[in-house]
Design a protein around this ligand. Sequence first.
Ligand code: ATP
Length: 235
Amino acid sequence: MAAIETSGLTKRYGDVVAVDGIDLTVEEGEVFGFLGPNGAGKTTTIDLLLDFIRPTEGSATVLGHDAQAETDAVRERVGVLPDGVGLYDRSTGYRHLEFAIESKGGSETPDELLDRVGLDREAAERPVGGYSKGMTQRLTMAMALAGDPDLLVLDEPSSGLDPMGIREMQRLVREEADSGTTVFFSSHILGQVSAVCDRVGILDEGELVTVDTIEGLREEAGVGSRLVVEVGGDA
Ligand code: ATP
């Protein structure tokens, strides 16, 4: 069974085609990089997979469930790190994590999850309104890991992290993949996905223009390599 399968997935906003007929298969256990410049349609695609928005056309199956008709079954098994999260400023990181564990279940305690993402207990006891972007990313990663998800969907997880934070995040992704979790990982920077991804899909103006391994992409001539150069880099 594929972890993610989309068929002609499309989202239009008036004249803007945010996602343009995407046919994509992500295999179980795979780390898949979803790469594209800002505005390419990455967040819109993720929102469609999780039924935060409805497609104009097409369909998506996530972990064997219809993303639109069986939303609860999908969300139960998916850990999400959203781009620009709605956290409760006055509530502590610890409380957020407890809430994520209460709603998702799973065997790990808040302290174990904090330890995995490198957020110390003292920081976790402060309201998240005072967190830096990097601390927020660590907390939301811990929340995504709560409940032992079968699929991790990470929207720009390295945003706001320093180089060490990025390496730790990549290590976490690899660790999760080694334990059998499928990871779908969006970024606009090739260097951040190439270290951890088995395959990469490149999105350009809503269209999935290429799906390949990193080596394949580098060798490929034409639009794929042009986009790799444009969105690439190691930062
Ligand atoms: P970023 O990394 O900057 O978030 P992205 O690849 O995630 O970029 P999306 O946010 O999915 O891109 O946006 C894709 C396109 O759809 C953009 O042109 C955006 O302006 C447009 N778009 C997204 N949401 C809406 C909306 N609710 N109404 C109108 N246009 C939208």
